[in-house]
Design a binder for this molecule. Structure first.
Ligand SMILES: Cc1cc2nc3c(=O)[nH]c(=O)nc-3n(C[C@H](O)[C@H](O)[C@H](O)COP(=O)(O)OP(=O)(O)OC[C@H]3O[C@@H](n4cnc5c(N)ncnc54)[C@H](O)[C@@H]3O)c2cc1C
Length: 319
């Protein structure tokens, strides 16, 4: 299988979010994978060169300075066709969900999302992915000669260091569409680590009342641990936390070393996005809250009492 990995970039810099897709390629196509990185004056390309790819192709063009799926999709489709790629792959993220669905459309190829396993059976590719809030595993057989897919980060992990890959500058196709314009990027972690990459995530639920309270208690604890902030959908829908912080079935999937769930009930939809975390700590006033069923450590307590104490302790211990 010839694999084309689409690197995640913000147009100016390559993101570490690409790494699970490279780990996938190392396992499924160790000799025949190429990485494509798109942007303008791209920085950080060396992050992609130590994993044994045949080549790292970089496409730099002023029209590609921002990660607009409409502009990037024809570039990916062009190089997928030129390289004769059987599989076009990226790590599951907001960027890749947007981009690769368009690529599948342009290539008239099937699209598989959030893949956790891939095998070959009777000459066909058979893929697995979590469905119904990760309560079931769906098995999908791929029709056709090529496929576009996103792979679930925690399932593939980090790639092994391998031989150095050459970086090759590649031309942007002449007909990049420019109907959509980049206006602005709202949100961001406010200097905190990226939610999907962070070693520690502190998430808050609906009882946090308002954005100021949420930032004070959840942001404060996250900062004491050098972690990222997450939220439940109920917190997002109530206007307490911004949309990009939502963890769960319809939000982001995270698998940090430590996940602290503060006043989070533990609905199946929330668990779908965080139950692969290595250590889960739950703080909740209700001892029957479902979050305690997945928690490694549980504290039946009022967040307004224990979170400030914990934050203070962590600050004083210099963690
Ligand atoms: C199609 C669909 C998709 C969904 N996708 C998502 C998703 O991606 N992510 C997601 O999170 N949800 C999602 N939901 C919503 C989900 O079903 C729950 O409604 C939501 O996760 C509940 O959020 P919560 O735990 O903040 O709120 P609540 O259910 O209100 O729970 C609050 C918890 O805080 C505890 N508590 C109250 N006061 C305190 C206190 N002072 N100190 C400590 N603990 C306290 C309570 O005991 C309770 O357990 C989805 C729902 C649907 C139908």
């Amino acid at each position: 299988m010839k694999v084309l990995i689409v690197a995640e970039t913000d147009g100016g810099r390559v993101s570490e979010k690409t790494l699970p897709a490279i780990a996938f390629a190392q396992q499924k196509s160790p000799e025949t994978f190429t990485i494509l990185a798109i942007g303008d004056n791209l920085q950080g390309v060396e992050m992609l060169t130590g994993y044994g790819a045949q080549a790292v192709l970089t496409v730099n063009h002023p029209a590609l300075a921002k990660p607009l799926a409409e502009r990037y999709a024809p570039v990916v489709a062009h190089y997928a066709q030129q390289l004769g790629a059987d599989a076009i792959v990226a790590t599951t993220t907001t960027f890749s969900r947007d981009l690769l669905a368009r690529v599948a459309g342009l290539l008239d190829a099937p699209m598989l999302s959030d893949i956790t396993a891939l095998e070959s059976a009777n000459g066909k590719l058979v893929a697995k992915r979590p469905i119904y809030s990760a309560n079931l595993i769906g098995t999908f057989e791929v029709e056709g000669s090529h496929v576009v897919m996103t792979v679930r980060g925690p399932a593939w992990g980090k790639p092994e260091p391998k031989g150095a890959s050459p970086v090759q500058n590649a031309e942007a196709p002449a007909d990049i569409p420019t109907r959509s314009e980049w206006l602005s990027l709202q949100g961001g972690g406010g200097g905190r680590p990226d939610l999907t990459q962070a070693r520690v995530v502190v998430s808050g639920g609906r009882p946090l009342k308002d954005p100021e309270t949420f930032e004070k208690y959840i942001g404060g604890l996250a900062d004491a641990l050098g972690g990222a902030v997450g939220a439940t959908r109920a917190a997002v829908d109530s206007g307490i936390a911004p949309n990009e912080l939502q963890v769960g079935q319809t939000g982001k999937t995270v698998a940090p070393e430590l996940y602290i769930a503060v006043a989070v009930s533990g609905s199946v939809q929330h668990l779908a996005g965080m139950k692969d975390s290595k250590v889960i700590v739950a703080i909740n006033t209700d001892p029957e809250a479902p979050i305690f069923q997945v928690a490694d450590y549980g504290l039946v307590a009022d967040l307004y009492q224990v979170v400030p104490e914990l934050t203070e302790l962590l600050k004083n211990s210099g963690s």
